[in-house]
Write a protein that binds this ligand. Structure first.
Ligand SMILES: [Fe+2]
Ligand SMILES: [Fe+2]
Length: 344
């Protein structure tokens, strides 16, 4: 197959079968000028390996689609995701009304008994310092405050959605959930020290920052060979997603957030958590990006220098983060996650 780089016009001949190993939509750097070359192959020419068919839709298998079809299919798959329970949206609306009362909030949460029971369990966990003494949702609202109760409600509502096993990413059930809760707690810990007005938004955005993975998982499972090979070659997860699917999980987040009724300022922080340099930076975007990177650090002990972590320089400057703060917010997040997860 003859390929011409659109940037430097150099021509290359590459066997089509070799390109197909990487999927139907492939982007790779030109060996000569390093500009991106994008190739979209015809979807029906050669059968692809298809390890796991789509669960229920009357659409093509996720492994057969490419280009515009694939993008449409992925966006449509957002509708297959479970909604955030109504109670979360109802309580968010109530809280935005300054005149709402503890009992109104409590009544709204109690309309969903399963969620209410989970909220009570979390409120009684070691972290909140009132272990075993919270007897009702109204009691929780009074002793913890409405904002903390709302954070607990968001945890209770998102736990089921984010606890799924993600075979496309090679993650067992609970792994994404633990990571999400860690990033939420870390973002909250940074906001607490740098801009307390952002504590609630930082926590909420951190909790669902990787929700795009819920949709992309089955498309990656259907392209497991190409995706795994890219990861083995050292590509980051979002880079490998872009090559194999033409999307990454963060860029898909806006569609999911719309379905979940998430406020716009949170959508930006979620959508750009891997690429904050692509938008006008603000503190919330920077905090969620930094929290995600901090939680991904493998070995805190041997960390000598902040430049060893892949952090967006503008975010570092805006928030004023250093190694001491990183160690502090990471251990605070770890403590929170351990206490919260053990209560569920
Ligand atoms: Fe991510
Ligand atoms: Fe993440």
């Amino acid at each position: 197959m003859k390929i011409i780089c659109p940037h430097c016009s150099r021509g290359y001949t590459i066997p089509e079968e070799r390109i197909r190993q990487y999927g139907l939509h492939v982007i790779f750097p030109c060996p000569s000028c390093k500009g991106n070359i994008e190739i979209r192959l015809n979807q029906h020419a050669t059968p692809q390996s298809s390890p796991s068919p789509a669960p229920s839709q009357n659409r093509h298998s996720p492994s057969e689609e490419s280009g515009i079809d694939l993008r449409k299919s992925i966006i449509a798959a957002v509708n297959d995701l479970p909604s955030m329970p109504q109670v979360a949206q109802h309580v968010r609306r109530l809280i935005s009304d300054k005149n709402c009362t503890f009992s109104e909030i409590a009544r709204a949460i109690e309309t969903d008994q399963a969620i209410a029971a989970r909220v009570l369990k979390i409120a009684n966990s070691a972290y909140y310092g009132v272990m075993g003494t919270v007897t009702s949702i109204q009691h929780a609202a009074m002793i913890l405050g409405i904002k903390t109760l709302n954070q607990i409600l968001e945890i209770a509502c998102s736990a089921a959605v984010l606890s799924k096993r993600l075979p496309g990413y090679g993650q067992e059930s609970g792994v994404l959930w633990r990571h999400s809760l860690s990033v939420a707690a870390c973002a909250r810990a940074i906001a607490k020290r740098r801009n307390p007005n952002l504590i609630d938004d930082a926590f909420s955005a951190g909790l669902i920052h990787d929700c795009g993975k819920l949709v992309l998982d089955r498309y990656l499972a259907a392209r497991a060979d190409a995706f795994t090979k890219l990861l083995q070659e050292g590509k980051k997860v979002f880079e490998a997603e872009r090559i194999v699917l033409g999307f990454d999980h963060a860029s898909l987040a806006a569609s999911i957030c719309e379905k979940w009724d998430i406020p716009k300022q949170l959508v930006n922080a979620i959508q750009f958590h891997h690429s904050p340099s692509l938008i006008q930076i603000n503190e919330l975007v920077a905090i969620v990006h930094l929290a995600n990177q901090i939680i991904h650090i493998d070995d805190m002990q041997s960390l000598q220098d902040i430049t060893a972590i892949d952090l967006d320089p503008r975010s570092v400057k805006l928030i004023g983060i250093d190694l001491k703060l990183i160690a502090l917010v990471r251990s605070e997040a770890e403590e929170y996650v351990n206490k919260t997860i053990s209560s569920l």
